[in-house]
Each structure stands twice: as structure tokens, then as C-alpha cells.
Design a protein around this ligand. Sequence first.
Ligand code: SAH
Length: 456
Amino acid sequence: MQENKNRKYKKTGAVKPENKKKTGAVKPANKKPANNKSTTKSVDKKPTNRSPRNNACPYQKKCGGCDYIGIPYGKQLQMKQERIEKLLLPITRQSRVKVQPIVGADHPEYYRNKVHSVFAGAKGNRILRGIYEKNSHRVVDIKGCKLEDRTADAIIEEIRNLMPSFRMKPYDEDHGVGFLRHVLVRVASSGIMVVLVTGELTFPGKNNFVKALRKKFPEIETIIQNINNKQTSMVLGERNIILYGKGFVVDDRLGLSFRISPSAFFQINTEQTVKLYDLALQEAGLTGKETVLDAYCGTGTIGMFMASHAKQVVGVELNREATRDAYNNAKANRVKNIRFVNQDATEYLEYLASLRRESRRNVNRHEASGEKDVITSFDVLCMDPPRTGSTPRFIKAVATLQIPKVVYISCGPDTLARDLMVFTKLGYKVDRITPVDMFPQTEHVETVVLLSRKAD
Ligand code: SAH
């Protein structure tokens, strides 16, 4: 569909995002609570009672990904609960609410469905595979990380074992020579995807390699060679060659099917994601009649999850590739009552707020400008911003649009506290706060907050 250049916003969804280019680039997933959220460091103090560590992980010092490893899981949950209670104290006092008990994980180990290993050579033809040491490009050899899916880890280990007999050399970053650079494994409900990131295109003996790997791991559904010969900290290059299978896996644990290609975003803790989305849906209290705004919607998962309980959903997302994936996911799942807008969420909401103000002044203005299909009235806002949080301008626009109910999903407790203050100053009250442990063994904590607009 043609884009109206005079419009301040870009519309997709019912309209397809126009940019067909796929970057296929993901940053090293180096033990962060990997999703595509921003990684601004938390500013409040880390909890101090983290010892003794019981040698829970031999890589702890060099890796540094798991701040809480070695602490009994119940205690970890308590620490996260207390952190949220402390940070949100001004809010809970003002709104007279208590923080609900944190939603813990049934499986606090081996939960990462996306596992990345960097490969490098060492003395005596040894092959290292693991992660980059904190703040460096030295590779720490890691086998059996406590967060990562165990089959994924075993597959990567088998690749290391197979390499010498296939004369596959690990890539040498300093000199830009060698073959295997990274391995990325993604575990979905349909099966497992293995991505071999190579510095060269030529892959001698690839058919036999694929055969050998599949023989040991029949659950592998697809194997992809990704070429990355650039000097870059990105894991994936632009070119994918399918060596086996379809080139993607499918996850349908949310009652919807999501196609996961090598670079696609997908929450890394599937079990906890289901709990998080269920909670968000419950808080939204949908009856089938509501118009929902899904802000910072990523690949549209939450919005699509809510769509079957709502009249219609509008998703807004800044990242072009994510918006395109959202559109394709909706299409593949035949979710017809959702549309996506590829724009900065603040700009888009301000645009809607300005339309709303104008339409109050002149009821016919919409029709006159051909913008009658733009939805400006929402019953529920579901927002899931990156760790940097939202903006006062966004929140002000939410108030102007008079959206009665807000479900705020946050992965950054500090920015959540800041944003909730703005909401309360603009006429909203906090009704419920529920922390969710999406990333056990780490200090990260997700929080779902229900807000409602006080009567005018
Ligand atoms: N709700 C999604 C993912 C949320 S991650 C899910 O659960 O799958 C946060 C998303 O916000 C990312 O996709 C990121 O690209 C997007 N984002 C970051 N800044 C934004 C902005 N200014 N406007 C709109 N989207 C933004």
C-alpha cells in the first residue's frame, strides 16, 4: 500500500511495512536476559547478601552473567520482591497497594531457549567455545552453562567434537581467517534450529557434517549456514544458506504459531513468558469488546495473544524488522483484528492525541483529511517498553487520549518507578503490582502493573 508522505506516522499492519531488507544481525547474546530490550544498567545498588556462592558455577568470575547463582532460588525471589517493594514504595504508599508475591519459575535453571557460543582456537589446536570474557574479546571456554537449554549445549559440544575430523577450523578474529565463528541454537516447540556462522562461504564436506550432527540429534529440524566475514561484534551476517530443513522453526506454546528465523526476536524463557502474557491478559480484563493499544509491541506476540479476547488491537513498534515479523506472524495465524504501526511510540501517541484534540474542535476534520480510519479511542493500553522505559510525553499523550486502563510490563524497575510517578501525576492510580521472574539466577526482574484512570 502506498504511504502518504504527508502523514506524520507510518502505517503498517493491515498495511505491510515497505522495507523488505532483512539485516539478520543479532548482537552476541552473551548471557544477558536476551531479548531485544535496551541494556541500560540498573542504577540502584545490587543486593549484597550473595555469598557464600557454593561454587555454583565455575565460570562465574569471568562470565559474570548470573549475579544470583549459588543463592537458593527461594531467597533469590525474596530479594527481587524486596527490591521492587523498596523501589516502588512511594507509589505503593500513595496508591495504598501492596506488591503482589513474585511469580517464580518452576524451572529456574537451563531455561534459555536461545544459546549462543563463540568459537576460537587455542594452543595445541584446542578449540574453545563459549562466551566472550566480560569487557573483552577473549573467549571463555564454557560447557554446561546453568541457564542454557541442555540439548542446545550438547549440540554445540558435539559440533566442537566433530570439527577436527571435518577439518573445520575455528575462526581467528584477529586475522580474519578460519571457518567456524559462532554457533547459535534455538529450541522451539517444533524442533531445534542450528545456525553455523562461518567466516567463509565454502563449506567442504557439509553434507556429511549435517548427517553426522543429525544422527546424534534427530530433534534438529533445520541447519543453516550464516556467512559473516565482517569485522563486527554482531553474531549474524546477512546471508543464510539452508543446509537442512526449512530454515526456520515454529513455536506454538502460546496457542499461536510463531515462525522463528535465525535473527527473529523471541522471548528466551518460554515457560515464564506464558505466565507473563497470561498475567497481562488477566490484568487487561478483556471481554471481546475492547480496542487495545499494544505499545512497544516487538514482533506482536502480546497483541496477538490479546486479539482473540478483544475487538481490535493496534501495535506500535519502532524497529522495522520486528514490525514486519509482527505483520507476518499475524498473517500466518490469521489474526485479522490487529494492525501494526512502525513508528516511535511517543511520536505516534502524540499524533493520535493531536487528532483527538482537533476532532474535539472540529468533528468533521477527520473525514476532511481522510484520516477516518485512524483509531484514536482505546479501552486498554498494554505497554512493554525497553529497559530505558517510556517518556513523559508518551504518558501525557495517554492521559490526553483518556485511555481508562493501562497494563505496564516493565523489565527496568528504576524506569518503571519513574514512569509510574508521571502516570500518577496525570490522573492515574496504581491498582496492582506483580513482579515476574523471567530471568532466574540474574538480578533482572520483570513487573506487571495495572493502572486505571481516576474519574474526571
Ligand atoms: N512486547 C514484545 C517485546 C517488547 S521489547 C514482546 O513481548 O515480545 C521492547 C520493544 O520496544 C522492542 O521491540 C523495541 O524495538 C521497541 N522499542 C524501543 N524503543 C521504542 C520506541 N521509542 N517506540 C516504539 N518501540 C520501541
